[in-house]
Design a protein around this ligand. Structure first.
Ligand code: NZQ
Ligand code: ZN
Length: 393
């Protein structure tokens, strides 16, 4: 196991109706003027925004609001949010929504206290040194942004999707009410489940040895997702299954399952170019890319794939032909994704083979290599995209 520091300062407030505690939570963490940030409509339609406002009013916390965050959140709205936060003297950002809303809130939080262009944090030009505190009311189990220090924003000019990270972006509190996720369309639920599993796999496929504890934690999350996702797809109002998935989404990405081990993140890197270029859901892009990445790299450490196949997907170990076991595990993962309604190849996602050179160009790999479980050069990246083009069951 590698040395590590683990910092997760967020207070998680879990359960039915707990968004009513928002006002007191904001006060507890020092907010005296709040910007409520939300998405394209679901949180307004469900009455959640009104409940959040009522809670703030009850606690005597003034607020202003900015809705309209799109999936794959755009820089253009972040600029508006920064302007509004400055002009209104906001000292706390409250994100009510999913990963897109939370990531946009994080960008506003850092950008408001920065003299330059907030995009500097995403282009790698500057590191975040200050940020306003944020709080979260989560409405979809997926990105894990409610527990992570990351934010991913898309620059509308060129649809360039880039991420940044800092412990300063970690939420002060995150309200997790599983009942809020019951209004999600099945497709979004499945996209979220795929993202949660991908966050674990990015950590599971490691070159670090002697990591039994985090291997087993990863497997616990993956087995939970394999069991609970079909239950909520079949029965969207199943609160208990939703609750397990919601907590799994947090555990998958606040890094408790990834500490002390090298991680990969190449499936995410390759996927961000897809959701950036085609404006598709991140989870759907991952369903297409991740099994293809697995197929491409499995011989780098075939026994690790056998571990996945036997422990997560119930394959029998073929000791004479370990590769057959590894490939069977990958096949079952892809079949699982298909069974919950995910696309599994370029055509189903709406992506085009002829765009592969553009995807590689946007990835900016040049003649270099991407670090990870297996180092990838541009030929490898092309190979993975090509496997994703043709994938079938
Ligand atoms: O805008 P509304 O109307 O709310 O609709 C949203 C949106 O269309 C809808 N939705 C959310 N909660 C709902 C609901 N509809 C009905 N009922 C509810 N309760 O779902 C759609 C997707 O929402 P979005 O926030 O985009 O989903 P998700 O949480 O998957 O976030 C995706 C974004 O997070 C980034 C992704 O790249 C993508 O941009 N990621 C962020 C990470 C992080 N910050 O740590 C890590 C991830 O790997 C990921 O990259
Ligand atoms: Zn993700």
């Amino acid at each position: 196991m590698l040395d590590f520091s683990f910092y997760s300062p967020t207070e998680f407030v879990f359960g039915k109706g707990r968004e009513s505690e928002c006002g007191e939570l904001v006060k507890k963490y020092g907010g005296s003027k709040v910007l409520i940030h939300f998405g394209g409509g679901s949180a307004v339609k469900s009455g959640l925004i009104d409940r959040v406002k009522a809670s703030l009013e009850k606690s005597g916390v003034p607020f202003c609001e900015l809705g309209g965050v799109q999936p794959n959140p755009r820089d253009t709205l972040v600029y508006k949010g920064i302007e509004l936060a400055k002009s209104e003297g906001v000292d706390f950002i409250l994100a009510v929504g999913g990963g897109s809303v939370i990531d946009s809130a994080k960008a506003i939080a850092a950008g408001t206290l920065y003299d330059g262009d907030f995009w500097d944090f995403y282009s790698g030009k500057a590191a975040i040194e200050k940020a306003l505190p944020i709080g979260v009311v989560l409405t979809i189990a997926a990105a894990g942004s409610e527990g992570s220090g990351n934010s991913v924003i898309t620059k509308e000019d060129g649809m360039l999707k880039r991420g940044t990270g800092s412990d300063l972006l970690r939420s002060r509190f995150s309200v997790l009410n599983p009942a809020l996720t019951q209004t999600l369309p099945a497709y979004q639920t499945a996209c979220g489940a795929t993202d949660i599993m991908a966050h674990v796999f990015e950590r599971y496929f490691t070159n670090t040895t002697e990591v039994e504890i985090t291997d087993r934690l990863c497997e616990a999350v993956l087995l939970t997702m394999v069991k609970e996702t079909p239950r909520v797809i079949a029965d969207p109002d199943n609160y208990e299954a939703r609750a397990n998935i919601m907590w799994a989404g947090m555990v998958a990405h606040n890094n408790i399952v990834g500490v002390g081990r090298e991680q990969d993140w190449n499936s995410h890197g390759l996927e961000h170019e897809l959701s950036g270029l085609y404006d598709v859901a991140h989870g759907a892009g991952l369903a297409v890319i991740m099994p293809a990445w697995m197929e491409y790299v499995h011989n780098h450490n075939v026994m690790r794939f056998c571990q996945m196949a036997t422990r997560i997907f119930g394959c029998s170990m073929d000791f004479e032909d370990p590769e057959a076991t590894a490939l069977e595990g990958i096949k079952r993962f892809r079949a699982f994704l298909k069974s919950i309604g995910m696309p599994i190849n370029f055509a189903e996602l709406g992506a085009k083979e002829e765009d592969i050179p553009i995807l590689i160009e946007k990835l900016g790999i040049g003649d270099g290599k991407r670090a990870g479980f297996m180092e990838l050069d541009r030929n490898d990246v092309e190979g993975i995209y090509k496997l994703a083009v043709k994938a079938s069951l």
